[in-house]
Design a protein around this ligand. Structure first.
Ligand code: FE2
Length: 566
């Protein structure tokens, strides 16, 4: 039975699975080239079926999520969704999103679920799928937070855990706490959309003139540069009260925005960011502590957009009462297609465990395909050669302080580049870091880069390697003081980093790190996503060449081909 999971909202996408295997997952942005695309994922559907050699009639179950009133309205009138997308990405003036519309937006997203919206959503989706050529399929629709929770729970490998979802809002909720035991999930708490940590941080991001649902990581990064303010002098800590498993926001969503606006002008930007970040850290860890105390469950699965906050995740991991933390690598709404497909598989086939080794779930391209693409290039600006031992050659380039654009294997699912579509560089140089940030990727100066490191190196340089080593860059770790000079290009100013820790040494990427270690003594590289700022991660060799041509980088690796700019 092939099951197709579809998510048709913010960062839309699809997942295809069969039995206990995820066959393919992709987000629409990778194909449409519109970052965090919100369109119905038609391109992803066509692409994934073609890639796997499947026909529409092979799909017997299609699983979708989220039927709240606001989402249903967007399904009925897609131009509303498009309009918000353009405003949110600051492609369209914020003035057209005036106070009244803002108020309306928050009011309608907070409305309780109603059967009519669900019925209309089902009708629209079913018609859409029939238009696309699907026949004789069973359509199942699930709750937003259930889908977030399932994706994290079913691939965590934990038998018994607390599954915590935290996001802006979805199906009228901003969070849930569930118990996972022997493949069964039992929700013990639902946090209403009116008490949303995600919307609070979304407001902070927006007020700092950044893109909500996209730049929250920059707020977290900027917070590191603030002169710390004592907790009892932080006015934002009052915005939430935690009582057991209850979360209570002091103000409504819109009032929160207005109150934050008043505070923003009193403090420097970085201190405002610090106070907001500190609020998440204190309140969410308090909630987790209460949940552990109440249930006795000591392993935690985290997911939902707010769980992209690696500093909060690190504090949760380091709580003495917590044994281990698993953070789903595609924790935002972009990961919902996997959750809905997995829940359908659980309901229909009883499957709750997956052999989930990695997130390389997108397309792969052969050397022959790449050669044909390179032969078509008529720019005259590049030369290329096939190199059998490409890892050794590229390791030498890093040792000579070069930046290399690295493309190999299946594309990553989720927001992080994990060595298949990556821009890589030596980890020790602040100069390279700045060149990458400001010239190559055109990012803000305070945004840190992440390291990819072999497990042996992680043991050497990280202070707090507690629990399962994090393979997905979803967790913060502190770097030992005496080791910080080795990784100056990939740590935050506070000495923390967000590593990809590699435990399987057989991959091509691991071999590259091993070759670099032979030369430099460290199996660590700076690893950032292969894209330019504000664009989606590249997908195909054609995308790679296009991006390469728009950066000053000299070297590009496409599988075994080393491409050099003349
Ligand atoms: Fe969500």
């Amino acid at each position: 039975m092939f099951i197709l999971g579809i998510w048709d909202g913010h960062d839309s996408g699809v997942t295809l699975l069969k039995d206990d295997e995820v066959l393919f997952s992709i987000n629409e942005e990778r194909l449409s080239r519109r970052k965090l695309d919100i369109s119905f994922p038609e391109k992803s559907i066509e692409y994934s079926l073609n890639y796997l050699g499947l026909k529409k009639e092979d799909i017997s179950v299609i699983a979708v999520s989220t039927t709240e009133f606001a989402k249903t309205l967007w399904r009925m009138f897609p131009f509303l969704k498009e309009n918000y997308y353009l405003i949110r990405r600051k492609k369209k003036g914020y003035s057209s999103f005036n106070a009244f519309k803002k108020k309306l937006k928050y009011k309608i997203t907070e409305l309780q679920l109603d059967p009519l919206s669900k019925w209309i959503s089902r009708l629209i989706i079913k018609n859409k799928l029939k238009q696309l050529g699907f026949k004789n399929f069973k359509l199942v629709i699930y709750d937003h937070h259930l889908c977030h929770a399932i994706s994290s729970a079913f691939i965590s490998g934990f038998d018994k855990a607390l599954v915590i979802t935290i996001d802006g809002i979805g199906d009228a909720l901003s969070g849930t706490i569930s118990k996972l035991e022997n493949g069964k999930l039992e929700r013990i708490k639902a946090i209403s959309g009116k008490n949303s940590f995600g919307i609070f941080f979304e407001h902070v991001t927006n007020l700092m003139n950044m893109r909500e649902l996209e730049d929250e990581g920059k707020v977290m990064a900027l917070a590191n540069y603030a002169l710390p303010i004592e907790d009892d002098k932080n006015p934002l800590l009052d915005f939430f009260t935690i009582d057991g498993l209850d979360v209570k926001a002091k103000y409504s969503s819109l009032k929160t925005y207005n109150e934050l606006k008043k505070i923003l002008w009193v403090y420097p930007s970085e201190q405002f960011a610090y106070m907001a970040q500190r609020t998440l850290e204190i309140k969410i860890t308090e909630l987790v502590r209460n949940a552990v105390k109440e249930t006795g469950f000591k392993k935690i699965c985290l997911t939902g957009g707010t769980c992209s906050n690696i500093k909060v995740n690190m504090l949760i991991k380091n709580l003495p009462e917590v044994e281990d933390v698993y953070v789903f690598s595609h924790m935002g709404d972009g990961g919902l297609s996997m959750g809905s497909a997995m829940f359908a598989n659980y309901e229909l086939n009883g499957i709750s465990e997956y052999d989930f080794k990695d997130v390389y779930l997108g397309p792969k391209f052969s050397n022959d395909y790449i050669k044909a693409v390179l032969e078509k290039d008529k720019s005259g600006n590049i030369s290329y050669e096939y190199i059998e031992d490409i890892e050794k050659k590229v390791a030498k380039l890093f040792f000579e302080e070069n930046i290399v654009l690295w493309f190999q294997g299946e594309m990553e699912y989720g927001p992080r580049s994990l060595g298949n579509r990556s821009i890589l560089a030596p980890p020790h140089s602040e100069e390279i870091k700045n060149a990458l940030n400001l010239i190559q990727k055109k990012r803000v100066w305070y945004q840190p880069f992440c390291p990819s490191m072999l497990l042996d190196d992680a043991k050497e340089i990280l202070e707090d390697l507690k629990g399962t080593p994090n393979a997905y860059m979803t967790m913060g770790y502190m770097v030992k003081k005496e080791k910080q000079k080795l990784v100056k290009g990939v740590i935050n100013i506070d000495g923390s980093c967000r590593p990809q820790i590699i435990t399987d040494y057989n991959s091509k990427f691991a071999r590259l790190l091993l070759e670099y270690k032979k030369l430099s003594g460290v199996g660590i590289l700076l690893n950032t996503s292969f894209n330019l700022h504000g664009e989606p991660l590249i997908c195909s060799p054609e995308d790679a060449l296009n991006t390469f041509s728009r950066t000053p980088a000299k070297y590009l690796v496409l599988e075994n081909y080393l491409v050099t700019k003349k």
